[in-house]
Design a protein around this ligand. Structure first.
Ligand code: UDP
Ligand code: MG
Length: 323
């Protein structure tokens, strides 16, 4: 880490899900930029089970640029899986991840690479603004990030998946066996010499965002529970609160009995039944969710399945399961 100007191969990982229009532009812009800057590089597109012409577009880029490679999943496994697949494929001394729709400005790669040359092992892209979004989305994102920040102890409010990592940091991430890996948080959690580069989220030029409200909620719950057991502690807290209420109400009922006013109070009984019943259901649900996650991990299925590869002399018809 001591040498001032280390040089090395930069692998750029680009997850792509239904991005046929963005792929050629991303390849052109990034190859042009890095070639111009004299940085040795390779691009790894990961087709996350797209239903449009993303894979033929990636194959075309492999023919056009020798430094482009492609990996195709057998189905949609989600962006996190795509990122990890790309990192596993990259041969670089440092590896960068950015969105294939170029909402993460590629020019920042040069700045990130310079920081890596100076010895930083984790270079994080932090958002100065979230780009154009509807207010509901912004509110939901803010709630999620404040929850995840307190769960991880890392300020995640401006975090993104736009990162450049040293080989060592990537090896550490790849060695983690957890299936619900949350790249954005894990890459900060691992520590190492970290630098930050600010960037503005660019407007999307082609296609549309792949996130529906449902997938965002699922993403938030999955990642929160993979980093925190606070919801389980909430169960205990609720239990104690309900116990406190029941002691107070118990004392009141006893007092009513001894003063001869015991007939009234059916409303209280009904309310209590409903209240305790629903709290119990919620708690069981939370515990059930964690049990389901343990079940998922214990099955030890692969994080993703690679169906095809292209570029870099890959055998196009290769089928394999990769952890
Ligand atoms: N993406 C992916 N798999 C998915 C969803 C998205 O690989 O299941 C990719 C997508 O192609 C893009 C990046 O993740 O390169 C960010 O997705 P998107 O632009 O839809 O998200 P947003 O920028 O709106 O947060
Ligand atoms: Mg985007």
């Amino acid at each position: 880490m001591q040498e001032q100007e280390r040089r090395g191969l930069l692998s750029v990982v680009l997850p792509a899900y239904n991005e046929e229009a963005s792929v050629p532009r991303a390849a052109q812009v990034i190859c042009g930029l890095l070639t111009g800057a004299g940085i040795a590089h390779e691009l790894i597109f990961v087709d996350d089970g797209s239903r449009d012409g993303t894979w033929p577009a990636i194959q075309a880029q492999c023919l056009r640029f020798p430094q482009v490679r492609g990996v195709r999943f057998s189905r949609n496994f989600g962006k996190e899986a795509a990122i990890f697949a790309g990192l596993a494929q990259g041969a670089g001394d440092c590896l960068a991840v950015l969105d294939c729709d170029l909402q993460h400005p590629p020019e920042k790669l040069l700045e990130m690479y310079r920081l890596w040359q100076q010895g930083y092992q984790v270079v994080e892209g932090v958002k100065t603004s979230r780009g154009r979004e509807n207010p509901l989305h912004t509110l939901a994102a803010r709630t999620f990030y404040s929850a995840i920040s307190s769960a991880t102890g890392i300020d995640m409010s401006r975090a993104s998946d736009f990162k450049l990592l040293d080989r060592r940091a990537v090896d550490v991430l790849l060695a983690m066996r957890e299936k619900n890996a949350f790249f954005r948080a894990l890459s900060s959690w691992i520590g190492f010499r970290t630098a930050q580069v600010e960037f503005q989220v660019q407007p999307r030029l082609e296609g549309q965002s792949k996130w529906s409200i449902r997938s965002l909620v699922r993403y938030a719950v999955t990642n929160l529970t993979s980093f925190s057991t606070a919801p389980l502690q909430l169960v205990t807290l609720l239990g104690m609160l309900v116990f406190l209420c029941s002691v107070l109400l118990g004392l009141r009922s006893l007092w009513q009995k001894f003063t001869g006013q015991a007939l009234e109070g059916f409303t209280t009984v009904i309310l209590l039944q409903l209240f305790i019943g629903s709290i119990l259901m919620i708690c069981l649900g939370i515990i059930g969710y964690y049990v389901a996650k343990i079940y998922d991990e214990i099955k030890d299925r692969p994080r993703y399945i690679v169906a095809e590869r292209c570029g870099g002399g890959a055998d196009d018809a290769q089928t394999e399961a990769t952890l």
